[in-house]
Each structure stands twice: as structure tokens, then as C-alpha cells.
Design a binder for this molecule. Structure first.
Ligand code: PLP
Length: 452
């Protein structure tokens, strides 16, 4: 109400976004709908408080309440993930990974004459994430990383990972990324890390909700450090947590203190206490049976969506999904991930273009497309609805194929012609009657599923 009165411009934009989230199918694998309780905590007066430091050791006064908020978040995280140590202050996943680097590695060139310390993580174009040492990220400028790949069928190339580990003796072996549709084999990472004396850091950002909901195994018995964002399948607000396991403390009893120092004052200033309160609320929600049911349903939905897409002739990287993510290789449909991305967005299905292992296309116009089932599961959709969703996706892709068939310069070397024809494709989409009809169907389907 206040926003509507004080700033109609912003209020209108938020209302538009609210409508988009209701009338469309949010299928970006990293997105979800938080509960109204989480939103209340995030929008609370905690927004006003500066609290640099940690509970009982702050730099400002007035921390009686916020100290308890942070302690509640910590104790819930420890209980839920079964870890002895957690830091709940990272602003998000990318800073959290940088903070792990800072805690465990010496930056390149920090000490003259010493060889750089290396990390081993999943290659970006094979589903890795920027924040684990990729060149385009500051983590790749301050630290040195080598990358392992996925096989064509979406599994970690274990032999390559093993050989790279033996050759480079990395300080960290990192698991996790944004493209992986199987159940992580924690023991394999752990064994290799142990053999070469590396820390095993598990980035479980995508699957944290599946782990605490009992749908996936936990890396905690195997990893030294576990990092997760709080806003994907875990269904909390924007933020991240860095956890140290018993195994981690055994390897280095000071690991928790090193992480704390790296977060603050190493990389951050005042923690976002409102987000930390939201994390605490989300962690409480994640303790209950309904959450476990939701987590298992995410996987069932992903499987059902995969099977239905395969029935429509789609090829999936990794085959039928075992988590929340469906990774489509569009090469047999003669379109790029970009075509699917813009076409499905036009009908209200929100996924994203994604490179596939050994993609011959550029990252901007890759051959793959990625979908996730967490957000639609939060709306109550089940296997039956996933079949319907697969039908919408197939319809959209078929329309894209038809209207791009004569645009043969798309994807060719002549950049000018390529861009020209992409524009023609988009213009055709806007005027296409089948697209408008499909959009109507998607809207009326989506409206039946209330958002939390
Ligand atoms: C595996 C993984 N790690 C880290 C991040 C970074 O998180 P954020 O976007 O919160 O910085 C992401 C985000 O997609 C991710 O998927």
C-alpha cells in the first residue's frame, strides 16, 4: 500500500513482475517461489540494522535481537545439514565461493617465487559455474584453476578428473555447477581429493533442497566444505551459506575460523540481517514433512518431464533427469537453444539456453536449453502436469522450427546476416497466430496453480 502511494512507477513494475510469475511457467532451474513468511522476514525492519562482525563480536551497538537472528539461522542450518560449523553471512553464491578461495588458497603472485595453488572445477561450457575459477570471473584472475569436463552423456569424466588431480595436485577439488542432471557421486570426488591431499568442496547450490528433503544423498560425510546458495531448491531468500564438516575440521581444526575471517572482514562488510532472518525462516520450513514431500516431488516431476520430452523426440543430456534439471540437446530439432529460449519466453515458459558438453556453437547461441521443476513443484504441479508442460514445449519448438526453416543464415559465420535473420525470427514470433494461441493456453494453465 505504501509503495503504491509513494512510488507508483516502481509499484507498477513489481505488480507486472508478480503477474508474470503467476501467468507463466517459471522453469529456470535456479529459480523458485519463496513463502510469504520468508518475504515478510526479508522485508522487515532488520533491513535497517548494521551488524558488522559476528554474534557477540560486533563493531556497532544495538545487536541484542540481530545476534539472536543470526544464531537461530546458524543452529537451524547446522541441524538440517548435520554440520558442526556454518557461516550464514555470504551475500550470495558467487561471493561465497570467492570467500572459500580466500580461506584456503594463496592468491596468484601473492608470494614471489612460490608456485600458484590450483583448484580443479567443472568447465563452464560443460555446466560449471563462473565462481569456481573461470577466466571471466575474478576468481579466475586471482587464482589458478584447471577444469574437468562432462562426458557426452552428462557424467563427470572421472578418468580426466583423476588424471588432472594427480598432475596438478590441486588445493581444492570442487564439485557442482549449473549443468548436471544426475545424482552426485560424492564418494568419488572424496577419494580423489584424499589421494592428492586436496580439500573437497561441494557446491550444492542447485540441489540443497533435494538434500535436506531427503531426495538426494548429502555430501557432508565426504566433503570438507559445503557451500550452498539459499534461493534455489532450498526455497529461501537470496544468500548463501558456507559449512564446514567434521571431516573438514579433522583436516584443519581452524577451517571454521579461516572461513569466518575470509567472509568478514576478508570480503564483506555488514551482513544483510534481513536476508539472514529469511534464511532462518526458510530453514525452519525445510525441516518439515511437507518440504520432504516437495523435494521428492521435484525429482518425480523432473523425471516425468524428461520422459514426456523424450516421447516428443527430444534428446536429453544425461538422459532422464535424476534431480530438478532437464537439459535438452536441440541439435536433432534443427534449432539452437536461443530459438527455444526466445520462443518459449514469448509463450510464457521461462527456461534458458545452455551450452551442452562439447558444444560446437558459441555460449551465446548454444545448442542446449535447460529447464527446472522446482518452482512449478512449489505451485503444486505433479507428473500429470509435467506431461502437459512437455506438450507446450514441443508445440513451441515446432513453431520455432517452422518459422526459422528459411532463415538459413542463422548460426552462420556472416555475423551481419545472422543478426538480421535473428531479428526477422523475433518479428515473426510477435505476429505468429500459433504463438499467440499457445501463449493463451499457457496462461490459462498457469492460472490454475496458485503461487505461494
Ligand atoms: C553451482 C552454483 N554456484 C554458485 C552460484 C552463484 O550464485 P549467485 O548467483 O547467488 O551468486 C550459482 C548460481 O547460479 C550456482 O549455480
Amino acid at each position: 500500500m505504501n509503495l503504491q502511494k509513494n512510488d507508483q512507477e516502481v509499484a507498477k513494475l513489481i505488480a507486472g513482475e508478480e503477474m508474470r510469475q503467476k501467468e507463466g511457467l517459471v522453469m529456470i532451474a535456479s529459480e523458485n517461489y519463496v513463502s510469504p513468511a520468508v518475504r515478510e522476514a526479508v522485508g522487515s525492519v532488520l533491513e535497517n540494522k548494521y551488524a558488522e562482525g559476528y554474534p557477540g563480536k560486533r563493531y556497532y551497538t544495538g545487536n541484542y535481537w540481530v545476534d539472536q537472528v543470526e544464531q537461530v539461522a546458524q543452529s537451524r542450518a547446522k541441524k538440517l545439514f548435520r554440520v558442526p560449523y556454518v557461516n550464514v553471512q555470504p551475500y550470495s553464491g558467487s561471493p561465497a565461493n570467492l570467500e572459500i578461495f580466500g580461506a584456503l588458497l594463496r592468491p596468484c603472485g601473492a608470494t614471489e617465487g612460490q608456485a600458484p595453488e590450483i583448484v580443479l572445477s567443472q568447465e563452464l561450457s560443460h555446466g560449471g559455474h563462473l565462481s569456481m575459477g573461470q577466466e571471466a570471473s575474478i576468481t579466475g584472475r586471482f587464482y589458478q584453476a584447471k577444469f574437468y569436463h562432462l562426458t557426452a552423456d552428462g557424467e563427470v569424466n572421472w578418468e580426466e578428473l583423476y588424471q588432472l588431480a594427480r598432475k596438478f595436485k590441486p588445493k581444492i577439488i570442487w564439485s557442482g555447477g549449473t549443468g548436471y542432471t544426475k545424482i552426485f557421486q560424492w564418494e568419488k570426488y572424496s577419494k580423489i581429493a584424499q589421494e592428492v591431499g586436496a580439500y573437497f568442496v561441494a557446491d550444492v547450490s542447485h540441489i540443497a533442497g533435494l538434500i535436506v528433503g531427503g531426495a538426494h544423498p548429502s555430501p557432508v560425510p565426504f566433503a570438507h566444505v559445503v557451500m550452498t546458495t539459499t534461493h534455489k531448491t532450498l526455497r529461501g531468500p537470496r544468500g548463501a551459506m558456507i559449512m564446514v564438516t567434521n571431516r573438514g575440521l579433522k583436516k584443519d581444526p581452524d577451517l571454521g575460523t579461516k572461513i569466518d575471517k575470509s567472509v568478514f572482514p576478508g570480503h564483506q562488510g555488514g551482513p544483510h540481517m534481513n536476508e539472514i532472518a529469511g534464511i532462518a525462516v526458510a530453514l525452519r520450513e525445510a525441516q518439515g514433512k511437507p518440504f520432504a514431500k516437495y523435494a521428492k516431488q521435484i525429482v518425480k516431476n523432473s523425471k516425468a518431464l524428461s520422459l514426456a520430452l523424450v516421447d516428443y523426440g527430444f534428446t536429453l543430456i544425461g538422459g532422464v533427469s535424476e534431480n530438478h534439471m532437464v537439459w535438452i540437446d536441440l541439435r536433432n530439432k534443427d534449432i539452437e537453444g536461443w530459438h527455444a529460449h526466445v520462443t518459449l519466453e514469448a509463450v510464457g515458459i521461462y527456461g534458458n539456453k545452455q551450452t551442452i558438453p562439447n558444444d560446437s556453437q558459441s555460449p551465446f547461441y548454444p545448442s542446449g536449453y535447460r529447464l527446472g521443476t522446482a518452482a512449478v513443484t512449489s505451485r503444486g504441479m505433479k507428473e500429470k502436469e509435467m506431461k502437459g508442460v512437455a506438450g507446450f514445449i514441443d508445440e513451441g519448438v515446432e513453431i520455432a522450427r517452422e518459422i526459422t526453416a528459411d532463415l538459413t543464415d542463422i548460426g552462420r559465420a556472416d555475423r551481419e546476416k545472422d543478426q538480421e535473420q535473428r531479428k526477422i525470427f523475433k518479428d515473426r514470433l510477435k505476429r505468429n497466430k500459433e504463438i499467440l494461441a499457445l501463449r493463451k493456453k499457457v496462461i490459462s494453465f498457469s492460472r490454475k496453480w496458485p503461487v505461494p
